[in-house]
Design a protein around this ligand. Structure first.
Ligand code: 5GP
Ligand code: ZN
Length: 112
């Protein structure tokens, strides 16, 4: 396993507040939330970033979005934002693909 924070959270080696888990995905609360609800939706498969995905990952990427919709519903979010930061210049700080699921306050556009 790569020495990776989110791989370790997915493997339950580092604690996190999980809100969803299945065979392919974990979702857990962001440790430094930027909205009243801020959940990270994370594949158990290690991918450095979205642009590291390949055609064979398409079902997984679709599933991640479906999980985000499901978790949003579970958390009673009607409106939400789903964000991927791809690369340092886009704000990515953890090199394991994750979708930010954020809601519970009005969102501005464009994001900073
Ligand atoms: P990025 O900046 O890569 O798009 O997002 C990484 C996110 O991971 C940040 O929102 C950050 O707060 C969150 N994060 C970093 N370390 C931890 C941790 O140990 N546990 C949890 N639950 N979230 C973390
Ligand atoms: Zn990883």
């Amino acid at each position: 396993m790569p020495d990776c924070l989110f791989c370790k959270i997915a493997a339950r080696e580092i604690p996190a507040t999980l809100v969803f888990e299945d065979e392919q995905v974990v979702a857990f609360k962001d440790i430094n939330p930027k909205a009243p609800t801020h959940v990270l939706v994370v594949p158990k498969k290690h991918l450095d970033r979205l642009s590291s995905s390949e055609d064979e990952d398409s079902p997984l990427l679709g599933h991640l979005q479906r999980v985000a919709v499901y978790v949003a519903g579970q958390l009673s979010l009607k409106d939400f934002r789903l964000v991927v930061n791809n690369g340092r210049g886009a704000g990515q700080t953890v090199d394991h693909l994750h979708y930010h699921l954020m809601g519970g306050r009005p969102m501005q556009w464009p994001p900073g």
